[in-house]
Design a binder for this molecule. Structure first.
Ligand code: NAD
Length: 358
C-alpha cells in the first residue's frame, strides 16, 4: 500500500516506524521546512533510504498518488490538509486532535463518507496492551454497572517545549494542555464509559505559563448518559517533570487502574472472578521509552485492515470528533461558568481567544 507522511516534526518518527513495521511502501514525505525531513530521516536511521521529499503536499499527492496519508502537522492545519487529501482519494491517519472545531471535524466525516475513504484519528493509546485488556473487560460486562471513572494527566511542559515551535499553546493552532496533552486520556475515559455524554461542568486556567495563550490546567466533571460520572484533571504544571497519567474505572463488580507515565501499566485489577490478577497485570503492562508508547504500529495495522476489508478503524473520525467535543465542552463550560449540555452544536478553539489574556 502506497503511503506518504505530511509533517515531519516531533511525532513523525513514530509514524515512519509504524509505516516500516507494517511494510507500507513509503512513496514520499513532506514538510514545508526541508531540514525537518533530513532530521527525521536521521532520527529513524533512514537517511540512505532515498525517500522522495516534498515541500508542497499538493505536488506529492499529485505525483505519488498515495493510498494512505498520515497528517502530523500542527493541529490547526489538520482539517485543511485532510480535506485536500480526501479530495485526492487518500485514506487518512490524522494526528490528534482531528481538528480544532466541530465544523471542521464534521466536514472531514462527511467527505470521507462521500468518498468512501477510511479516516482514523491518531489516539494510539487505545492500542496499549493495558487499555486493550481493560476494554475487553468493559465489553464482557465484567464491571457490572459502571459507576464512575477518572482521568488524571499530571505532566510537565516548560518554556523549552512551548518555544520549540510558535504554534504551541495558541488558540488558532493548538489549544492548551487539555487539547494537546490530555486528549488521549479524555478519549479513553469517554470510550470506556460508553461514549455518550450528557453534560460537562469545568474550570480551566492558565496558572503557570504566561507565555502561552491557552490553558495549562483543566478540571471537569462529566455526566454520562448511562448514569455514570467522570472526573478529568489535566495539567502541564506538575513540578518538575511528568508524574503520571492514570485511568481509573469503578464499576459495581470491578475496580481497575491503569497508570505509569501514559496508562501503560495495569496497577489495579480487581474483579469478582476466578482469575490470576497478578498475571493479568504483568502480561498487560509495558514500559515504553517515552510517553508516545508503542501504539502507532498497531494503530496503523488496524487502519490498513480497515482499508483492505472495507470496515471501520477502531478510532474512526467520529471517535476523533467525540474526543474533540469533550475538550471543547470543557472549554465552553469553564468560559461560561456553567454546565454545558452535549452534543455541542458549533464550537472551536477560536471561540476562546483572549480568555487568559492578562
Ligand atoms: N499521538 C501523539 O502522542 C502525539 C504526540 C505529539 C504530537 N502529536 C500531534 O502531532 C501533531 C504534530 O506535533 P509535533 O509535536 O510533531 O509538531 P512539530 O512542530 O514538531 O511538527 C510539525 C511539522 O509539520 C510541518 N508542517 C506544518 N505545516 C505543514 C504543511 N502545510 N505541509 C507539510 N508540513 C507542514 C512543520 O514544519 C513541522 O515540521 C500535532 O497535531 C500534535 O498534537 C501527537
Amino acid at each position: 500500500m502506497k503511503y506518504a507522511l505530511i509533517g515531519c516534526g516531533r511525532i513523525a518518527p513514530n509514524h515512519l516506524e509504524a509505516a516500516v513495521n507494517n511494510k507500507l511502501e513509503i512513496v514520499g514525505i513532506c514538510d514545508i521546512v526541508p531540514n525537518h525531513m533530513n532530521i527525521l530521516l536521521e532520527k529513524v536511521g533512514m537517511q540512505d533510504a532515498n525517500l522522495k521529499q516534498y515541500t508542497d503536499y499538493h505536488e506529492m499527492l499529485e505525483k505519488e498518488k498515495p493510498e494512505l496519508v498520515a497528517i502530523a502537522t500542527e493541529s490547526g492545519e489538520h482539517a485543511r490538509i485532510a480535506l485536500d487529501c480526501l479530495d485526492a482519494g487518500c485514506n487518512l491517519i490524522i494526528e490528534k486532535p482531528i481538528a480544532l472545531s466541530l465544523e471542521d471535524a464534521d466536514k472531514i466525516i462527511e467527505k470521507s463518507k462521500e468518498k468512501g475513504l477510511v479516516v482514523c484519528a491518531n489516539h494510539q493509546n487505545r492500542f496499549n496492551k493495558s487499555i486493550q485488556k481493560i476494554r475487553e473487560a468493559v465489553e464482557d460486562g465484567d464491571f457490572g454497572k459502571m459507576l464512575y471513572g477518572t482521568a488524571h494527566i499530571r505532566w510537565n511542559r516548560g518554556k523549552d517545549y512551548y518555544t520549540q515551535a510558535p504554534w504551541r499553546g495558541t488558540w488558532a493552532q493548538d489549544g492548551g494542555a487539555l487539547m494537546n496533552q490530555c486528549i488521549h486520556n479524555i478519549d479513553l475515559l469517554r470510550w470506556m464509559m460508553g461514549d455518550e455524554v450528557t453534560e460537562v461542568c469545568a474550570y480551566t486556567d492558565n496558572l503557570n505559563h504566561d507565555y502561552i495563550q491557552a490553558e495549562d490546567l483543566g478540571i471537569a466533571i462529566v455526566k454520562f448518559k448511562n448514569g455514570s460520572y467522570g472526573i478529568i484533571e489535566g495539567t502541564t504544571d506538575v513540578y518538575p517533570k511528568n508524574l503520571e497519567e492514570t485511568l481509573y474505572l469503578f464499576g459495581q463488580k470491578g475496580t481497575v487502574k491503569a497508570g505509569g507515565k501514559s496508562v501503560n501499566i495495569i496497577e489495579e485489577w480487581i474483579f469478582d472472578k476466578d482469575e490470576d490478577a497478578e498475571k493479568i497485570k504483568e502480561e498487560n503492562s509495558e514500559m515504553p521509552k517515552n510517553i508516545y508508547g508503542f501504539g502507532h504500529t498497531p494503530l496503523y495495522k488496524n487502519v490498513i485492515e480497515a482499508i483492505e476489508n472495507h470496515t471501520k478503524p477502531l478510532v474512526d473520525a467520529e471517535a476523533g470528533k467525540r474526543a474533540l467535543e469533550m475538550v471543547l465542552a470543557i472549554y465552553k463550560s469553564a468560559a461560561e461558568g456553567r454546565p454545558v449540555k452535549l452534543p455541542l452544536d458549533k464550537c472551536s478553539t477560536m471561540d476562546f481567544v483572549g480568555r487568559f489574556d492578562k
